[in-house]
Structure formats: structure tokens, C-alpha cells
Design a protein around this ligand. Structure first.
Ligand SMILES: Nc1ncnc2c1ncn2[C@@H]1O[C@H](COP(=O)(O)OP(=O)(O)OP(=O)(O)O)[C@@H](O)[C@H]1O
Length: 662
């Protein structure tokens, strides 16, 4: 079956480069969670807005109850109120103001008309209690309090559910994004890793994607909540009193516009600050990675100073940014005060003298504005977050939109290597220096199970040949033929690498157990084979001396092992893999003479029965090789022959050999 060519796939589609786009994609992937999220957020909005209605009704009942209480006290104040009512013709009879209060309170119709007359509309006096109704249900003050408590409970539950289901959708997308990004990074050509700092790639995987994930979990829900509660509260307040709603609304919109303007103004400097911070973090992480260099060069004070001066600048920029961003919070706080004040001021103008109505309006609008404003506070964080997430999307996109040139997933697989490896008219220039030809028309044949070495001055292209054989790069022109006929560039890369063992100067070791490190990349192996490989690499007794033996966890880059021990581990890896082709790239050049001799013995055993290509610095290690190619940076292969032939003819090899003897 033809495998998908990752090299031609487009990674992040344009519409997914935003929090909204990615979230919508998540909703399509998880429609049930999306429906539940929508359902619960609508419930949150409705219940929250319903609080305004509850507040309105509670205040109406309280105001009416207050009036009834005052009348029923039968004191001077009560008689004054009744006197006023008689004078205004609301009550007839008892003009001497000695009105029978008990009789009045028994006459419910009369009490209700008094309440209406004094501005207490939409309430009903019955059986000594005040009722107000909602959806045709009449409720007393205490029932409204129970309703309020129940409503708050429902808000909590629906809020929890909406965050929960959004979280599930967001987590799915965050995991997908991380998976896709790592897949894309790992499928890049080696050149990509030269051009991009390791730290910035790690930052993308850890920080940028984590940040996008965090925003995905809160931004969509809060934005819908802000819009929904804004519309819901406005409509409810509009129904209660459209004139005051209109006046207050224009104030709210004014403040929101100013806040948005501030966000717009600070978006560019925020971007700059984020970049500065990222660069500073990357540089520091790089220095920590190269801590041995810093310690050995004695440059820690310089590094500290550099960090101090860069972070001082960043600190100053961040403080300026704080001054701007906190302005939004201040505007919103100021906004709340002015909105509440606005409802009294506007109300006072519109309903002069109607105290009961003003009281209801003031209380209801305070509750309503609270519903509108509370989520607006989060708007600042959300807008900043969404803005930062946009930068994170751009960084990810910039890194991952680079297309690998090497198609590793070609269909043709290679079952076994039982023929020659032929380099035919091979030309090569590195992608980032296309004008500089490193390999210039190289033609040679590497016979099965023979040992070949490449020697030559520094920069003559020896390691480049190893890189071409490992297909870190494809030749700019010409072909590398496997088994004498199969073009390496047309083969499935994994199927080729299964037959290749690679030992280079710097052993690649992960933090993990010895077993994981020795068996890295192998599909099938047995415990016995692994122990046997370690014995051949003279590593077994060392491993057995460790308290946890083969289960010993190695530190990052095998920090607790000596150079020789690390190289033995890599050799054990090659023994276990048992490849047909072995590439040694200056495998012993980092070791001292004694250790090098010991390791060389193991390498000699490893080379038996395999086609070996060795990039050699120390000529003593290639004495019995079948053929040695001497490279010249300008001429390509300047000399070729066995060790004994080459030391006896004038040329680069003899010069190198003579200088190594000295
Ligand atoms: N990634 C790269 N991009 C551009 N040029 C490169 C890259 N890697 C190596 N080169 C250049 O290619 C040339 C050959 O490098 P190569 O590493 O193959 O030499 P070498 O013979 O193995 O040298 P040495 O013995 O010092 O390791 C050098 O001039 C080097 O500067």
C-alpha cells in the first residue's frame, strides 16, 4: 500500500490558525461534546440573566411590603400616609383620617389599588402577603429567595459542564496539534535542524502548544458567555426599562470601544516583547546545554552579565506593557461605577419623584450591569491570550510549513543488501550553500563485505559521504545505487536504514535504561541477544557491576558514562542490530590512545562480515582495510589503494601518515 507522502501535505490549514478555527474543527470532531457545550453555555447565560428578573421581583415585593408594613403600624406615619391617600381620592370615607387600618388591610382590592397608585406595579397583595408572578406563577418573597438559590445552583452546575465539555474538545485539539507538530518536526530533513535552534523547537512543543491549549480551554466559552450574557442582560433590562437601558448601553459600548482600542495599540509591542522573551529563553537554554563549554572557558560572569542586561531591557519593556494592559482593567472598574451611577442619574431625570420605580430600577440595573460587566473583566485576559496564541500559531506555522525535500516514504523497499554499493557521478552541495560544490563527480564501487576508508584533510567531504549514504541528504546530481542497481533516492528510507549501522564520534544516548538505549530502533531482539551484544562490546561486566544492571537509567547524553563506555554502548547497539552495512564516522577520534585501542578491537570484531565504510582520522585504524580513498577538497578522490600501497607513493596520504608518525 502506498504510504502518505508527508513531504507534500499541508500542515496547518489557514482557517485552523486561530483559536476559533481550531476549536470549530474540534467541535466537528466531537459533535456530542460540542452540542453539550452549547447546551450548557446557553443554560449558563439564561440562568444568569434570570438573576436580573429575580432581583427585580425581590425589590418590587420588598418595596410593596415596606408600604404595607408602614400602614399596618397604625402610628403617626401610617395615619399620614392614609391622610394623603384620602386627600388624593384613592381612599374614600374617614376624611378625619381616623381610618380603620384593619378594615383597609382586609380589603385586598383596596390595598392593591393603593400599591399601584404608589408605584408598586406588578405585585399582588393577598392573605397578608405580597406576591409577584413569573410565567403565570405567583411567588412570595421567600419563594423568590428559594428560586434565587436554586438558580445560582443551576448556574454553577451548567458552568461546570460547559467548562468540562469545552476542556474535552480543547484537549483533543491540543493533543492533535502537538502530535502533528512533533510528526512534522521529526520528518524534517537534517538541514532543518541545522537552521532551527533545538531550544526554539522545544519551546514550540512545550510552551506554544501548551499556551494554545490553555486558550482553547477558556477563550471560546468566555467569548460566547460574554456575548450571550451581554445580549441576554440587555434584552431583559430593555424589557424592564428601555430608556435607561439605552442610556446605559451607550456608556458600556463607549468603554468597551476604548478597551478594544487599547488592546489594538498594545498588540504590536506585545508581539515584540514575546519575541524578545523567547530569544532570551532560547539563548539561556542553549548556554545551559553547553554548560561544560561555559565552565571550561570561564565565561560564566560574562554570560550572567549578558543575561542581566538583556533581562533588564525585557523587564523595562514588560513594565511599560503592564502600564498599558492594566489600563483596560482600570477602564472596566471605572466603567462599573459609572454604569451604576448612570442608572440612578438617568432614572432620576426620567422618573422624577417615582421613588418606588426608581428603587426597582436602581437595584435591577445594578444586578443587570453586574451580569454584563463580570465576564467583561475576563475579556482583557482573553483578548491578550488570543493575541498571544496568534503569535504561537505563526511560530508553529513558520517552523512546520517547511517542506522536507527528502521523501522518506517511497514505496520500493529493500529486503537485503547482498550486492555492491555504487556511487555514480555523484555531485553534492549543501542546501544552504548551493554554490559550493562539496562532492564533485564521485564514482566508486563498494563491494559487499569489504572494508573501505575515506581519509583526507579537514573539510574535504569525508563526513558528507557518510551523510549521503545515510540519506541525511540526497545527491544534488548522480545516484547512489544499492545492490548495484536500486537508486537509494527511490527507496523507502526506513527499509534501507534497517540494514545500516552507524557509529559516529559523539555517541547518541538518551535518558532511559541501558536496555532501551542498546535496543533503540530495533523491532525484534531477545534478552540473550542483547546481553551477547554487550559482551561483544565489552560492556557486560560494567553493566553487571551497576546496582540495577541492565535496568540502570542513564542520564541525558549518558552523562554518568565515560567517553569509552558511551562508545561501547553504541557499538553494542550495532552488534545487536547486526547490519549488513556499517558506517563509522570518526568513531574513535574523541577517545584517548589507550581507550581508542581497546575500542578499536571491538570495532574490528564488529566489521567482520559487513560492508564497512569508515571515515578515519587515525590512519593506524585502517591498516588492513581493502581500499582507502583519499579525498582532496578540490580534486575529489586524489588517491586510492591499500594502506601499504598508499604509504609508499607520494601524495596526501603519505603526508598525512608521516605527520601522524611525528
Ligand atoms: N550543513 C552544512 N551546510 C553547509 N556546508 C557544510 C555543512 N556541513 C558541512 N559543510 C561544509 O562541507 C565541507 C565538507 O565537510 P565535511 O564535514 O564533509 O568534511 P570532513 O572531510 O568530514 O571534515 P573533518 O575531517 O574536519 O570532519 C566543509 O567545507 C564544510 O564547511
Amino acid at each position: 500500500m502506498k504510504k502518505k507522502n508527508e513531504g507534500t501535505s499541508i500542515f496547518i490549514k489557514p482557517r485552523q490558525k486561530t483559536i476559533a478555527g481550531l476549536f470549530m474543527q474540534g467541535c466537528k470532531q466531537k459533535p456530542i461534546y460540542a452540542a453539550l457545550t452549547l447546551f450548557s453555555i446557553i443554560a449558563v447565560i439564561l440562568f444568569t440573566v434570570f438573576n436580573i428578573k429575580i432581583a427585580e421581583n425581590l425589590v418590587k415585593i420588598l418595596t410593596a411590603q415596606n408600604l404595607v408594613d408602614m400602614i399596618s403600624k397604625k402610628d403617626e406615619a401610617s395615619q399620614t400616609i392614609i391622610g394623603d391617600l384620602i386627600q388624593n381620592g384613592v381612599i374614600t370615607g374617614g376624611e378625619d383620617t381616623k381610618f380603620d387600618v384593619d378594615a383597609l388591610l382586609r380589603n385586598e382590592a383596596l390595598v392593591n389599588s393603593i400599591l399601584k397608585k404608589l408605584g408598586n406595579e406588578d405585585v399582588l397583595y393577598r392573605d397578608g402577603s405580597i406576591y409577584s408572578s413569573i410565567f403565570g406563577i405567583e411567588l412570595t418573597f421567600s419563594k423568590w429567595i428559594y428560586t434565587l438559590m436554586g438558580n445560582i445552583g443551576l448556574i454553577v452546575i451548567s458552568m461546570y459542564l460547559s467548562y468540562f465539555f469545552t476542556g474535552l474538545i480543547a484537549q483533543t485539539k491540543e493533543t492533535d496539534l502537538r502530535k502533528d507538530t512533533i510528526t512534522k518536526i521529526l520528518s524534517q530533513d537534517l538541514n532543518f535542524f541545522n537552521a532551527n535552534k533545538t531550544q526554539s523547537l522545544v519551546t514550540i512543543i512545550v510552551k506554544d502548544i501548551g499556551f494554545i491549549g490553555d486558550q482553547l480551554k477558556i477563550a471560546p466559552i468566555i467569548i460566547v458567555y460574554i456575548l450571550g450574557s451581554f445580549v441576554g442582560a440587555t434584552v431583559t433590562l430593555g424589557i424592564i426599562d428601555w430608556k435607561i437601558t439605552l442610556c446605559t448601553l451607550s456608556l458600556i459600548l463607549g468603554v468597551v470601544l476604548v478597551a478594544l482600542l487599547v488592546v489594538f495599540v498594545i498588540s504590536k509591542p506585545t508581539k515584540k516583547i514575546n519575541l524578545e522573551e523567547k530569544n532570551l529563553n532560547n539563548t539561556m537554554a542553549e548556554r545551559i546545554q553547553a554548560i561544560r563549554l561555559v565552565k571550561s572557558a570561564g565565561t560564566w560572569l560574562e554570560e550572567q552579565e549578558k543575561f542581566k542586561s538583556q533581562s533588564k531591557k525585557l523587564d523595562r519593556d514588560k513594565k511599560i506593557s503592564i502600564a498599558m494592559t492594566t489600563l483596560i482593567a482600570a477602564l472596566l472598574v471605572g466603567g462599573i461605577g459609572s454604569f451604576t451611577m448612570a442608572s440612578i442619574v438617568f432614572g432620576n431625570f426620567i422618573y422624577t419623584g417615582e421613588t418606588a420605580k426608581l428603587l426597582t430600577i436602581f437595584s435591577t440595573f445594578t444586578a443587570g450591569i453586574f451580569v454584563v460587566i463580570t465576564p467583561l473583566f475576563q475579556l482583557k485576559e482573553i483578548l491578550e491570550g488570543v493575541n498571544r496564541a496568534k503569535n504561537s500559531f505563526n511560530t508553529i506555522d513558520k517552523i512546520t510549513s517547511s517542506m522536507p525535500k527528502i521523501d522518506v516514504n517511497k514505496e520500493a523497499e529493500i529486503e537485503s543488501v547482498d550486492g555492491d554499493i555504487i556511487l555514480k557521478d555523484v555531485y553534492f552541495s549543501y542546501p544552504d550553500a548551493p554554490d559550493k560544490t562539496i562532492i564533485n563527480k564521485l564514482n566508486l564501487t563498494l563491494r559487499k563485505n569489504k572494508k573501505y576508508a575515506f581519509v583526507g584533510p579537514s573539510g574535504s567531504g569525508k563526513s558528507t559521504i557518510a551523510k549521503l549514504l545515510l540519506r541525511f541528504y540526497d545527491p544534488t546530481d548522480g545516484k547512489i545505487l544499492i545492490n548495484g542497481k536500486q537508486d537509494l533516492a527511490e527507496l523507502n528510507l526506513k527499509s534501507w536504514l534497517k540494514h545500516v549501522g552507524y557509529v559516529d564520534q559523539e555517541p547518541q544516548i538518551f535518558s532511559g535504561t541501558i536496555i532501551e538505549n542498546v535496543a533503540y530502533g530495533l523491532e525484534s531482539w531477545t534478552q540473550e541477544e542483547l546481553v551477547e551484544a554487550c559482551k561483544k562490546a565489552k560492556l557486560h561486566s560494567l553493566i553487571m557491576a551497576l546496582p540495577k544492571g541492565y535496568e540502570t537509567v542513564l542520564y541525558e547524553r549518558g552523562a554518568q558514562l565515560s567517553g569509552g563506555q558511551k562508545q561501547r554502548l553504541v557499538i553494542a547497539r550495532a552488534f545487536l542490530k547486526d547490519p549488513a552495512v556499517l558506517i563509522l564516522d570518526e568513531a574513535t577520534s574523541a577517545l584517548d590512545n589507550i581507550v581508542e585501542k581497546e575500542i578499536q578491537q571491538e570495532l574490528d570484531k564488529l566489521m567482520v562480515g559487513r560492508t564497512t565504510i569508515s571515515i578515519a582520522h587515525r590512519l593506524s585504524t585502517i591498516k588492513d582495510f581493502d581500499e582507502i580513498f583519499v579525498l582532496d577538497p578540490n580534486l575529489g578522490i586524489a588517491q586510492r589503494g591499500t594502506f601499504n600501497e598508499l604509504i609508499n607513493e607520494p601524495g596526501i596520504f603519505k603526508t598525512l601518515y608521516d605527520s601522524s608518525k611525528n
